[in-house]
Write a protein that binds this ligand. Sequence first.
Ligand SMILES: Nc1ncnc2c1ncn2[C@@H]1O[C@H](COP(=O)(O)OP(=O)(O)OP(=O)(O)O)[C@@H](O)[C@H]1O
Ligand SMILES: [Mg+2]
Length: 331
Amino acid sequence: MSDLVELIDLKRYFGGGGNRFTGVQPVLRAVDGVSLTIRRGETLGLVGESGCGKSTLARTLIRLYRPTGGRILFDGQDITTLPDRDMQAVRRRMQMIFQDPYASLNGRMSVADLVAEPLEIAGIGTRASRRDTVAGLLERVGLGPEHAGRYPHEFSGGQRQRIGIARAIALDPDLVICDEPISALDVSIQAQVVNMLEDLQAERGLTYLFITHDLSMVRHISTRIGVMYLGRIVELAANAQLYERPRHPYTRALLASIPVADPGARRPATPMRGEIPSPLNIPSGCRFRGRCPLATDLCAAQEPALQDAGDGHLVACHYPDATDPQQGETT
Ligand SMILES: Nc1ncnc2c1ncn2[C@@H]1O[C@H](COP(=O)(O)OP(=O)(O)OP(=O)(O)O)[C@@H](O)[C@H]1O
Ligand SMILES: [Mg+2]
């Protein structure tokens, strides 16, 4: 499988501006040196606590935000500083599905117009051919011709997400970034939407970056999973490896915080302690050390690099295979 996306030390900071009246604003390092690849046809899951930079990473990848540093390769092309005019053709090939389709859909446009819009902007087809394409797309996402003339507010959350998906696949993209696509939906609807995304992936050869903080859901849909902490990837591995042998203490703590269906089940490690620090004030050395049961002087002195611990299992920890001292203790 070749790589569709390669990020090299990608950074996106906010703030840092200011003038003589405000003084210099503090710099918020939302994405702070992310290197990863997304392989063609895979689903790369991206997990991590709220505020760790997942959405900013996604938006920087598709150049909604200008990168502060690093590089973005898409299908072998360096798009880091590609001018907007040249980005248009690339952007068609990368689409996004959002958590809240209501916020991303123009409420004054009918469903048919919403789904036709990307085709129209790209100048694809005639008015009549677009109408056929839209009808096909609506049918594909489980909506009928009777829905075409209606408006977003007339639909349920799940149906609105289907409209968002129809829009996202209208231009036959290569990459679809799903940013918490199901977290706002009823549990009963979540599986339907996930199944549809999986079917569409198989039919159309889509590549997904699937962002979520639902660790039990991402396990089912992902090929590999990246774990993000304070603007960086701290662990990235094939799905089974990550769940069966998490090597970073942060991943172990995240997994430990998943509610277990079987109350008798053994928890993998001690749950998370403390709060995620502010990206305005990232600790020196290992950024996880303040919450880590394993932290030593080395962790304070030196930030661990993301390295292959074998079988392509990447981990950024000085003690990747140490067990947590508290493990097994009853709390
Ligand atoms: N446009 C912006 N301007 C300034 N700061 C921002 C902006 N967007 C995000 N941030 C900050 O960057 C950090 C990362 O935010 P981001 O939305 O990427 O996190 P996230 O992992 O997607 O969180 P969530 O799981 O809650 O969606 C946060 O501290 C956030 O406040
Ligand atoms: Mg987000």
